[in-house]
Design a protein around this ligand. Structure first.
Ligand code: TXA
Ligand code: MG
Length: 331
């Protein structure tokens, strides 16, 4: 858990948050990955209200957030050694484990699936709410269905306006991409969604290569095409081709953003948004940048593909989803 002390104002908000959860309400809160839209995981009506607020289909399961690893046995059964090892190594932190659900888990949480997604977040505010509330929090990302996840409190306000009773501002989310999801309900652990905990790290802890995702596992909305999409088109372009592609699009009257480093070859009319040089800062900045692209009224954002190693694999995954199927394939 982070050692950052909570301010007096935050402590008041945390008490308010616990009261809201106890009375069946919703609130937005920070985690180390993205902001979550939370409700009491034991309260069926409250969890239903999350789906209504997000406009999310009822068959998309939500993650249950726990205060500590010991709580796992209340929410999951048949927990394999691999899952305990991963929990011990990476919790609290940006990892979600999919496990066979216990009797405590309501159907509304899992969309009727026999498994449940569980995670112990490390963000001090998320931890403090969980401990004050003394329950578990069902929470998807705090965005409307299919939109970019929020990494700042102002993004949540942009999504939901004043319709939520409480949005706790915990600053920028440290990671900036959603948690790594590892399905531990089968014979081999499988990564369903890459994130800050990388395949290499997971393999090292498990001591075996991971299985490949089942083509039928479409219930994980993070795996649907064209998820996490901004309004603008996103196009993944090799770095050397970005200036000419930008010039071509501008000549067609399109408003173009480039998410990348300054480049003298770029046309002056391009809106440049620099995400930083390493994968960690690019992950941290990506969703804020995609929102900015829309705020600037750009029609299209060009970005070069990150190397698909470590956190780069998660970045590439989100970029491909943001690009979806809408990207013109030709230059
Ligand atoms: O970092 C995160 O995971 C954030 C923060 C708020 O914790 N949450 C998040 O939740 O990204 P959401 O609902 O936006 O994405 C959770 C993903 C969905 O794609 C959902 O389908 C998948 O987890 N999921 C949840 N339970 C599952 C299950 N039992 N089997 C397969 N996928 C599951
Ligand atoms: Mg989401």
């Amino acid at each position: 858990m982070s050692a950052i002390p909570l301010s007096e104002a935050q402590r008041t908000e945390i008490k308010q948050a616990a009261a809201i959860l106890q009375s069946g309400g919703l609130l937005a809160f920070p985690t180390e990955t993205v902001y979550g839209l939370g409700a009491d995981a034991d309260d069926e009506a409250a969890v239903r209200a999350i789906f209504a607020a997000k406009g999310r289909p009822a068959d998309h399961p939500v993650i249950v957030h726990l205060a500590q690893t010991q709580d796992l046995t209340q929410w999951a059964t048949e927990i394999p050694d691999q899952a305990w090892k991963l929990a011990e190594e990476f919790w609290p932190g940006p990892l979600t484990l999919i496990l066979p659900r216990s009797l405590r888990v309501k159907d509304v949480v899992t969309g009727g699936l026999p498994t449940v997604g569980l995670r112990v977040p490390s963000h001090p505010v998320a931890q403090a709410i969980l401990r004050e509330f003394r329950g578990a929090i069902a929470a998807p990302s705090a965005n409307r269905f299919g939109r970019v996840s929020p990494t700042r409190a102002e993004h949540v306000r942009a999504e939901f306006g004043d319709s939520l009773p409480l949005i706790i501002d915990g600053g920028d989310c440290e990671v900036g991409l959603e948690s790594t999801i590892v399905d531990c309900s089968g014979s081999l652990p499988v990564i369903l969604r890459p994130g800050a905990i990388t395949q290499e790290q997971i393999e090292l802890v498990c001591g075996l290569p991971l299985g490949s995702p089942d083509a039928n596992a479409t219930r994980c909305s993070g795996r649907l095409e064209s998820h996490y999409a901004p309004l603008a088109l996103v196009e993944i372009v090799e770095p050397q081709d970005i200036p000419s592609r930008a010039a071509h699009l501008l000549s067609q009257g399109r408003k173009v953003a480039v998410l990348g480093p300054p480049n003298d070859l770029l046309p002056a009319e391009t809106d440049l948004i620099f995400l930083g040089t390493d994968a960690a800062s690019q992950a941290h900045e990506l969703y804020a940048a995609l929102r900015k692209v829309d705020d600037l009224g750009c029609d299209i954002a060009l970005i070069s593909p990150p190397a698909p190693l470590g956190l780069g694999a998660a970045l590439l995954d989100r970029l491909q989803k943001a690009a979806g199927t809408r990207v013109p394939k030709t230059k």
